[in-house]
Design a protein around this ligand. Structure first.
Ligand code: FAD
Ligand code: NAD
Length: 472
């Protein structure tokens, strides 16, 4: 068996692992990265990027279909149609460009990348095999690597429903992102991020979409006011909701989902395909992680505010460490761990972890909601400015939604922003900047915002919280 050693050994080449590797190499640390599938992980291959590409294609197709009707804008289009295999090829092209870019960056920075599946031997030794099956059978490994620091970044995987496992018509987001053809009827289980982002895209592409959600509203992770414009838009699109319902499995002929409501009544929803999107679990199984006997928080590896695990010089980042499972969190943690190993003083203590749901309208949150601030014992004021009063929103036919600010009553320190509306994902940077930089309402209210932009609604929200909004 071949053996080698390195300073930093990283398992997993997703946004957590590859960013840690690039930063560590920049800082002169000998770094080896092991990836079993494709560099870029869930995010670039089967997550953030391909989903946003599909959402964009679906938006464009739906617009064309709208124009084929009686468009108020005076645009006339005849019988638009979509060539789905070409859409998927275009999406794959973006994925390929980004993943090969990651490979180039790693090479340029001098990171040793090993393609293969890692198995833990101990906190300083890892074996690499060609396939995940080889790891499970634990036969002889072609390579053994020793290290001073071990960084675990194996990500997460989709949760399966015991009564409706993946296979045949029952798919996860991975299959939903590479459709060979469009199902006529799609049932989506779970009205969270994936269910609503992809459910919206499939509806816009032409599928009949029904969404089954166990709780009594969509996007239950966000406050109720943020979900309302999204629910209204989905209903206008013709998406059917079955809230407060659980799925019991497929029917005997496999062409319908059996659903039970909160009164215990059962019904069937006809389905050609079922997208199960009920959450993701940290990827802890199948690579002998348990042999390290690390402290866990539920299914996630427990870490402190420097991403140290309970074992010295064993670090963990990203989805493996639990919620929030977001690519930008994984990247920020990866960069920080590299810097700590290089001797810098760093802690992971963001004031705001922005999160965006790419529905239509989009939802963005950063920092505290009014209720969250109350729960944290903060005495806050909050204010809302609706996009219905924003000129730019009218010119892009997107007046649904609002911006909300939460600020301390005593000194007006901004502690939270939320928005729902068209393209509000792009406001996330402004929201995070103001919170991280300790801005007060007067700072945002006194900043000149370009006209006409959706960003003016951010300034007006701050003005409204101060009691003197100008345009409402
Ligand atoms: P991952 O990206 O999962 O990478 C882990 C890597 O480790 C994988 O490449 C895997 O092959 C490898 N690996 C695992 N075990 C081994 C082993 N034993 N040996 C070798 N390699 C191994 N987040 C956002 O912030 N914004 C979004 O818009 C967004 N959209 C999403 C859409 C979908 C459909 C999904 C599924 C997720 C989305 N996410 C989004 C979440 C985001 O993808 C994850 O939070 C992010 O990828 C986590 O990064 P990570 O590095 O922790 O793990
Ligand atoms: P999620 O946690 O966002 O939503 C799961 C939903 O399924 C919840 O509303 C939950 O109440 C519901 N549910 C759970 N069990 C159910 C059952 N048996 N029957 C019916 N409903 C049930 O999870 P997800 O959509 O699978 O996404 C997984 C993770 O991926 C997210 O937590 C997020 O971190 C990440 N993600 C992020 C983005 C983004 O940032 N835009 C996009 C996609 C995914």
């Amino acid at each position: 068996m071949n053996a080698q050693s390195t300073t930093l050994l990283i398992i997993g080449g997703g946004p957590g692992g590859y960013v840690a590797a690039i930063r560590a190499a920049q800082l002169g640390i000998a770094t080896t990265l092991i990836e079993g599938e494709q560099l870029g992980g869930t995010c670039l291959n089967i997550g953030c990027i391909p989903s946003k590409a599909l959402i964009h294609a679906a938006d464009a197709f739906e617009k064309a279909c709208q124009y084929a009707g009686d468009s108020a804008l005076g645009i006339r289009v005849q019988s638009p149609r979509i060539d789905l295999p070409q859409t998927v090829r275009w999406k794959d092209g973006i994925v390929h460009k980004l993943t090969s870019g990651v490979a180039t960056l790693l090479k340029k920075n001098g990171v040793q990348v090993i393609k293969g599946w890692a198995r833990i031997i101990d906190g300083k030794t890892v074996e690499v095999r060609q396939s995940a099956e080889d790891v499970a059978s634990a036969g002889p490994a072609p390579l053994r690597i020793g290290c001073q620091h071990l960084l675990l970044a194996t990500g997460s995987q989709a949760v399966a429903l015991p009564n409706m496992p993946f296979g045949g018509p029952v798919i996860s987001s991975t299959e939903a992102l590479s459709p060979a053809s469009l199902p006529r009827r799609l049932v989506v289980v779970g009205a969270g991020y994936i269910g609503l982002e992809l459910g919206t895209a499939y509806r816009k592409l032409g599928a009949e979409v029904s969404v089954v959600e166990a709780l009594d509203r969509i996007l239950p992770a966000y406050d109720a006011d943020l979900g309302k414009p999204v629910a209204a838009a989905l209903q206008r699109l013709g998406v059917q909701f079955h809230l407060g319902c659980t799925v019991q499995g497929l029917n005997a002929s496999g062409d319908a989902v059996r659903v039970r409501n909160s009164e215990g009544e059962e019904s069937e929803l006809a389905a050609d395909q079922v997208l199960v999107a009920v959450g993701r679990h940290p990827r802890t199984q199948g690579w002998d992680l348990e042999s390290l006997m690390l402290d866990m928080t539920g299914r996630a590896v427990k870490i402190d505010d420097q991403c140290r695990t309970s074992m010295r010089d064993v670090w963990a980042i990203g989805d493996l460490t639990g919620e929030p499972m977001l690519a930008h969190r994984a990247m920020a943690q990866g960069e920080m761990v590299a810097e700590i190993i290089a001797g810098k003083r760093r802690h992971f203590a963001p004031r705001a972890m922005p999160a965006v749901c790419f529905t239509d309208p989009e939802v963005v949150v950063a920092g505290y909601t009014p209720q969250g601030a109350l729960d944290a014992g903060l005495d806050c004021i909050d204010a809302i400015f609706p996009f219905a009063a924003n000129g730019r929103a009218m010119t892009i036919e997107s007046t649904a939604g609002f911006v909300r600010v939460v600020a301390r009553r005593d000194n007006h320190l901004i502690v939270g922003w939320q928005a729902v509306g068209s393209s509000v994902s792009e406001l996330s940077a402004a929201f995070s900047h103001s919170i991280e930089m300790g801005a007060v309402l007067e700072d945002v209210a006194g900043t000149i915002h370009a006209h006409p932009t959706l960003g003016e609604a951010v300034q007006e929200t701050a003005l409204r919280a101060l009691g003197h909004a100008l345009h409402i």
